[in-house]
Write a protein that binds this ligand. Sequence first.
Ligand code: HEC
Ligand code: HEC
Ligand code: HEC
Length: 160
Amino acid sequence: MSIHFRKFLAASLLVTTVCVQPIVGRTAVDPYPNGCVSCHVLDKSKGKDERLSVALQQWTAGKIEPGLLAKSKASAPAGLTLKGKHPAADDSLEDIPGACLDCHDTGSKKAPPFSRLLHLVHLVGGTNNAYVTTYKSDCMSCHKLSTQTGEWTMPSGPEK
Ligand code: HEC
Ligand code: HEC
Ligand code: HEC
């Protein structure tokens, strides 16, 4: 192969990559289009139930895994003492995380804000955190970027 041809090949490869990527980029093949509820599912083949409705039942019964409770405390607003028991919140399962955010919004004085709690839960802990190892700490499983307007949004809805 001549030097010229190799250069041409490298250049055309670059052009192809640059031009094609925005079109077939990750947004076109988003495996988690509905955010939370796309990933927290019942996986019968693996025998794993990661649904948030199932987790909420446990929390409401006062069964909170110590690691989660520690992160909940760490992200709680100043002055709030956690009970180690989730209040009844079945209604919010209709719209996850939208309705959870009624209590867990960033300015909340009554519950740990999701903007802190969920980042602690999913992004911290290195190789001990399954979200870091399995999903590479990807922001875009929860936050969606519009490639048209540059706007960030977060999908929300019920479990399937
Ligand atoms: C792409 C997959 C994925 C998405 C999307 C996702 N999570 Fe998770 N989530 C995980 C994984 C994996 C863990 C376990 C992390 C660890 O090992 O500590 C987790 C842990 C949690 C936990 C800790 C309690 C538990 O059951 O383990 C909560 C609460 C949680 N997620 C809520 C949410 C909410 C609410 C959303 C949407 C805003 C969301 N997640 C989006 C994968 C995901
Ligand atoms: C009515 C208000 C309210 C709603 C709605 C709500 N939460 Fe909470 N949440 C709380 C409070 C208060 C706490 C702190 C509980 C404590 O004192 O231990 C909490 C704590 C948590 C914790 C930390 C573990 C625990 O139980 O302490 C997680 C995780 C959580 N909420 C997830 C969710 C998810 C997911 C939803 C939506 C499906 C949701 N919450 C809806 C009020 C709410
Ligand atoms: C598991 C889901 C999830 C993942 C993954 C995630 N976020 Fe978030 N993020 C949230 C939620 C939920 C909120 C709160 C939204 C609200 O309050 O309206 C939030 C809020 C934010 C905010 C607003 C901060 C504030 O204090 O209100 C920023 C900035 C942010 N995220 C950046 C990131 C970045 C950067 C990454 C990746 C490194 C990331 N997020 C990954 C769920 C997630």
